[in-house]
Every structure is written in structure tokens, then in C-alpha cells.
Ligand binder design. Structure first.
Ligand code: WT7
Length: 656
């Protein structure tokens, strides 16, 4: 990580200011207003956040200390008592929003459900009582492995209500990945479904849970709750497994929200690191509530009549912060869709927008690239005139894709918020405020008020305009992760020790390279470490390599990202075999399948190249940079002097 990361070749000069009409109605109406907010927050971050905490959230008891900063460990609003489920539900019930749609759900087969705030509150209270009856207590962890159905959000809010931390595991992960995460979090109970609909097929979630728990592999799990979604035949283990609808029957809907300490753990969410073991990112209660609330309000410019749709899965941080907690805390109408564009209906998203009159649409660049490929006749055949604001998240968006999104989906009328953030940051960090900040295609523009971001060198010095460097944050913010679950030292090492300012200040850095242009706009250039970004999701190369090596034929594996037009990157694996195995098409296929079983379909290698040896440094470190060049079909560039055996490279070039 010695050199500033990626070279910047992007030259984008187009500027798109919001229309006067949009700005007039927006929460933040002009660049001047943004600038004033930003300056005010910078001058006194604690006062800035405390004022908002006071006016925007409901507390059972006010805090004593706004920020307690023992680097790198922050506590926000210590001494305060609050409950995020209360802020997302109860407080709206005494207003006209009581009977407003909180959640509009659309199932893939075309079934749909709408839950008002009063109805959602009732379901959450009942399910919270079910959890209590099964012995779940404040401080316990609950695993959630669900399709995109309302019960996923209900389960999260019910956990928050009684003070149990949830650990949502993306439904696309395999049984093995689920098992590792349940073990790490010592989950007491798992909430799942018989299955979910995905691209016209059923994903058998309960079956995966059974595999994960087989042979007592996760002794902490006492009960499994199963939502009936797809109605296919499902094995239920007596004593352990229960149907959600059976237990929900006749249960009291009276369950007052537990007053939680501001810093009580709200959830764990696992994210890949560059070493094998997934990291349990820990978020706590009050700061996360405030940060997701404010970012949702100002960035998506929520108005009370809006229908807001974020296409993420609840299994990712985007689903936590911007399907569930941020929108509901604001009393918004949030839409949840179970399905995906697919062969039988490539225009599925546009149908949903038309059917529900969606006003705000938040998706990923990888999805936009897929839409482009499917053709603009799909969106053109639907009425998308309800849309007034668009957003993207997950990876840098290339200006072409941005322009297509702007023109075809937004009808040249909708601002686009390109939002940079991470699982670790809890909420959006660098982003346009759509009524205030003119956008440039491909730039996430400016930091959110209260976020003291910068682009620096390894000593923490700001680099000049248009120079590549490390994207860092120099002051704690309420939504930041608090620690790695069970491993505070890993938290320190991973995020706070790469950048080492001479004055000993602590600076947060989580792996992205960026540059700032002459207007102070941020251009994120991607990750500087060895993590691959497939369809907007970070995959640790180590995890995939470990999966490959766990196959009896494989001696060693090195995995790199290969640029892919659709997915951003594709997994490309270099594999050396054990002595008595020989390369073949069959084996390549088998290895791909093996990775899918071990980690999930998202990590499936697009290509496997067998080789006699891998290029390594003398200290035995695989030189991924060279492998990335080879995978991309480029000449090997840059310094190869640390290579132990240059012959290896020649063989690899030949595709040996
Ligand atoms: C990484 C975080 C945050 C939710 C989705 C992914 C990349 C994210 C952008 C953006 C450029 C972006 C970064 C970041 N990223 N948004 N707007 N422009 N890059 O969450 O899995 O924690 O990944 O996604 O590299 O570090 P995640």
C-alpha cells in the first residue's frame, strides 16, 4: 500500500445542477445552505449532532456526554436511553402517519402486501413477544436468514425492540457461510423461511439452515422460526423448528420497547476482509439511529407523499440502513421487492415503479449496467414519470452508465445521488444533497455535513487537487462501526493503523483510493487492497482461495478480480493442483461448483486457470498485481523485481 492507489484517467467536465423546482421543495435548497451546514458541523461536530439528536429523535432519557472518544473507540450519547424500534414505529402512531403505508411489499410472483405504521407496529410487537417466549433476552444474538419479505424487517425491528442484536446473513450465502457467521455471533435463535422467490425459482433457505446446524455444529442455536413463503415441503425438526404463523397466533401485541443504552449493540453484520475470517461489523443504537435518520432525510430528500424504493437486499448494510431503519425512522413509505429482473421479465423493476408510483429509486451501478445491456425498450415501455430522484451505491459508476440512468430512467429530470459509504460507516458519507449540490457524472461529490473527509498520503497529509490518495475520515461520526465483534484489536489494525499522522491523531481508513478535483468533489477510484467487488459486493480473495484449497485436488490458489462490464469485477482463479491430478474442463467446473457450495453463487469463479506455480515474492507473498494483469489479458506492468522465480511468469503468460 505504499503508492497512491490507482491512476486517475477520468476526465469528466459535465455539470448537472438541480432544477429550481426541485431545489425549492428540497430539505436543503442551495449550495450555500449546504456549505453553511458543513461549516457549522465542522466548527463544532458535537453540537451539530447533539442538536439534531434532540430535535429529530425521541429519547426515554437524555444523554450525559455527546462524544466519548478513546481512539479508536467512540461512544455517542452516553447515558442516553433510546430504542430504534420505538423511533421507527411507536412515535408515528400518535400522528397522522398512524395509517400511512410504512412498508409496501411486492413479491416476485406478483403478490403484494401493504403494512401501515399501525399494522407494522402490531406485527413487530407480536413477534417480539414470540422471541421473548422462546427465551430470547436483551443482549442475545438472533440470526436472520431470509428472503426479501416483510417478515425480514419485522424480525429486525422485533429484535431491536427487546434489545437482542440481529445478525442478518444474506440469503444468497451458502450453508457453510451461514454456519461460520452463526458460530462467530453465537446466535441463540435463527429466523428463516421455507424459501424465497428468486428469478422464477425457489431458494430453499430452510434447507440451508438445516445444513448449517447439522450435527450440532452451532450449539448456541436453540430454536429456528420458519416463515411459510413458498409452501414447498419442508422438514421441521420437533422441538427446534417452529412455524412463524403458529407462534404468532394469539400472541399479545402489547410489547413496550425496551429502553436501551445509546451504546447497546443493535446488530452485527459480516463483511469480507482481506484475511479469511469474515469480520463482524458492530453497530450500536443511538448514533446509528441518528445517522441513518439524517442521511435518509437529506440525501433522499424524503417528502411525506413519497414512495421510496431501495433495491438492495436486507442482508447488506444498504438494506439495514436504507430499506428499514432510515426510512421508517423518518415515517416514510419504504418499498421492498422480493424479485429481480429475469428472463421471464427483464423489465420487472420498471413494472414495480409503475405499479406503485415510485418517486425515489436507489440501486447499484452493476444493476444499471445490466439494464443498459437488456435495452432501453424495457423502461421505455413503462410509465416512469412518478420518479423524481435517483440514487446509486456500491461501486464507482462510470459516466456512461450515469448518463444512461439520467436520460432513460430519470427522463433528464431527476437528480442522481451517487452515494459513497461502507458497511463500516453505517450510512452514506460522501454524496450530493440533491437540491443543493450540482452533480458530475461519476463523482460522489461532497461529504455529508459532519463528515470530515479528506484524501491523504500515508502520513495523513492532504494531497493536492486531482492527486490520488487514501480516502479517510478525520473525526468520529455517530454512524461509525464501534468494533469488530469479539476482536477489538482487529478493528484497530484494520481501520486505524494504515494512515499514521505524525501528530499521533487517529484517522479512519477502510481501503478506498480517491482524488478530489478543483471543486473539492470526490472521485472514488476503488479499493486499494485485495478485495474483489462483484456486482457491488466485496468479496475477500482469501475466503475464495480457502474455499478452493479445501478441495482435495487443489494445492494452492490465488484469486484476483478481472474487470467485467456487467458485474464490475469477476472472480478469476489461478490454481495449482496436487501431484496426482491433471487439469481438465471437468475439474474446472467442479471447482466452480465447490466455491458456490462453500461461499455462495456470488463468489463463483468466472474462470479458472490451472498453472504449475504462482508468482511469489521471496517472502512467499503471492503477487496479485501481476495476476490481475494476466487475468485482464494485459501485459504485466510495473516492477517485477521482487518476484522469486521469473520463469513462473513466462509459463503463466503461455497459459500453462
Ligand atoms: C465499498 C463498501 C455501502 C453499501 C454497499 C457496499 C465501494 C460503495 C460507492 C460509490 C464508489 C463505492 C467502496 C466501498 N463503494 N459505494 N458510490 N462510489 N465506490 O457496501 O460491501 O461495505 O462496500 O463499496 O469501495 O469501500 P460494502
Amino acid at each position: 500500500m505504499s503508492q497512491p492507489t490507482i491512476e486517475s484517467i477520468l476526465q469528466e467536465k459535465r455539470l448537472f445542477p438541480p432544477s429550481a423546482e426541485f431545489s425549492q421543495k428540497a430539505h436543503i435548497k442551495s449550495l450555500e445552505e449546504y456549505q453553511q451546514l458543513y461549516d457549522k458541523a465542522k466548527a463544532d461536530p458535537q453540537k451539530f449532532w447533539a442538536d439534531l439528536a434532540e430535535t429529530e429523535l425521541d429519547w426515554f432519557q437524555k444523554w450525559d456526554t455527546v462524544l466519548d472518544w478513546q481512539p479508536p473507540f467512540a461512544k455517542w450519547f452516553s447515558g442516553g436511553k433510546i430504542n430504534i424500534s420505538y423511533n421507527c414505529l411507536d412515535r408515528h402512531l400518535t400522528t397522522w402517519r398512524r395509517n400511512k403505508a410504512a412498508l409496501i411489499w411486492e413479491g416476485e410472483p406478483g403478490d403484494s402486501r401493504t403494512l401501515t405504521y399501525a399494522q407494522l407496529h402490531r406485527e413487530v410487537c407480536q413477534f417480539a413477544n414470540v422471541l421473548k417466549q422462546l427465551g430470547v433476552q436483551k443482549g442475545d444474538r438472533v440470526g436472520i436468514y431470509m428472503p426479501m419479505i416483510p417478515e425480514a424487517a419485522i424480525a429486525m425491528l422485533a429484535c431491536a425492540r427487546i434489545g437482542a442484536a440481529h445478525s442478518v446473513v444474506f440469503g444468497g450465502f451458502s450453508a457453510e457461510a451461514l454456519r461460520d457467521r452463526l458460530i462467530d455471533g453465537q446466535a441463540k435463535l435463527v429466523v428463516t423461511a421455507d424459501g424465497g422467490w428468486r428469478k422464477d425459482a425457489i431458494v430453499p433457505l430452510k434447507e440451508q439452515v438445516d445444513k448449517a446446524l447439522a450435527n450440532g455444529a452451532v450449539p448456541s442455536v436453540e430454536n429456528v422460526l420458519v416463515v411459510e413463503r413458498t409452501k414447498q415441503k419442508t422438514q421441521m425438526e420437533p422441538g427446534r423448528d417452529h412455524w412463524w404463523h403458529d407462534l404468532q397466533q394469539g400472541v399479545s401485541a402489547d410489547c413496550p420497547a425496551e429502553p436501551m443504552d445509546s451504546e447497546d449493540m443493535l446488530f452485527i453484520l459480516y463483511t469480507s476482509g482481506s484475511t479469511g475470517k469474515p469480520k463482524g461489523v458492530v453497530h450500536t443504537t443511538a448514533g446509528y439511529n441518528l445517522y441513518t435518520h439524517m442521511t435518509t432525510k437529506w440525501i433522499f430528500d424524503l417528502q411525506d407523499t413519497d414512495v421510496y424504493w431501495c433495491t438492495a437486499d436486507v442482508g447488506w448494510i444498504t438494506g439495514h440502513s436504507y430499506i428499514v431503519y432510515g426510512p421508517l425512522s423518518n415515517g416514510a413509505t419504504t418499498l421492498m421487492y422480493e424479485g429481480a429482473p429475469r428472463g421471464s421479465n427483464p423489465g420487472a423493476f420498471w413494472d414495480v415503479i409503475e405499479k406503485h408510483g415510485v418517486n425515489i429509486f436507489y440501486t447499484a451501478p452493476t444493476a444499471i449496467r445490466a439494464f443498459i445491456k437488456m435495452g432501453e425498450h424495457h423502461p421505455k415501455a413503462r410509465n416512469l414519470s412518478s420518479l423524481r430522484l435517483l440514487g446509486t451505491v456500491g461501486e464507482p459508476i462510470n459516466p456512461e452508465a450515469w448518463m444512461w440512468y439520467y436520460r432513460v430512467i430519470g427522463g433528464e429530470r431527476c437528480p442522481i445521488v451517487d452515494t459513497w459509504w461502507q458497511t463500516e460507516t453505517g450510512g452514506i458519507m460522501v454524496t450530493p444533497l440533491p437540491g443543493a449540490i450540482p452533480t458530475k457524472p461519476g463523482s460522489a461529490t461532497l461529504p455529508f455535513p459532519g463528515i470530515l473527509a479528506d484524501v491523504v498520503d500515508l502520513e495523513g497529509n492532504s494531497v493536492g487537487d486531482n492527486q490520488g490518495g487514501y480516502l479517510v475520515v478525520k473525526h468520529p461520526w455517530p454512524g461509525m462501526m464501534r468494533t469488530v465483534y469479539g476482536d477489538p484489536d482487529r478493528f484497530r489494525r484494520t481501520y486505524w493503523e494504515h494512515i499514521t499522522p505524525k501528530d499521533g491523531e487517529y484517522v479512519y481508513f477502510a481501503g478506498d483510493g480517491a482524488r478530489k478535483d478543483e471543486d473539492g468533489y470526490y472521485w472514488v477510484m476503488g479499493r486499494v487492497d485485495d478485495v474483489i467487488s462483484v456486482a457491488g459486493h466485496r468479496l475477500g480473495t482469501m475466503e475464495i482461495e480457502s474455499a478452493l484449497v479445501s478441495h482435495p485436488a487443489v494445492a494452492e490458489a490465488a484469486v484476483v478480480g478481472k474487470p467485467d462490464e456487467l458485474k464490475g469485477e469477476e472472480v478469476f482463479a489461478f490454481v495449482t493442483l496436487e501431484g496426482d491430478h491433471t487439469p481438465s474442463e471437468e475439474l474446472a467446473k467442479e471447482l466452480k461448483k465447490h466455491v458456490v457450495n462453500e461461499i455462495g453463487a456470488i463468489a463463483r469463479p468466472g474462470e479458472i486457470r490451472f498453472t504449475d506455480a504462482l508468482p511469489k515474492t521471496r517472502s512467499g507473498k503471492i503477487m496479485r498485481r501481476l495476476l490481475r494483469n494476466l487475468a485482464a489479458g494485459q501485459e504485466v506492468a510495473g516492477d517485477t523485481s521482487t518476484l522469486e522465480d521469473r520463469g513462473v511468469l513466462d509459463k503463466l503468460r503461455g497459459g500453462a
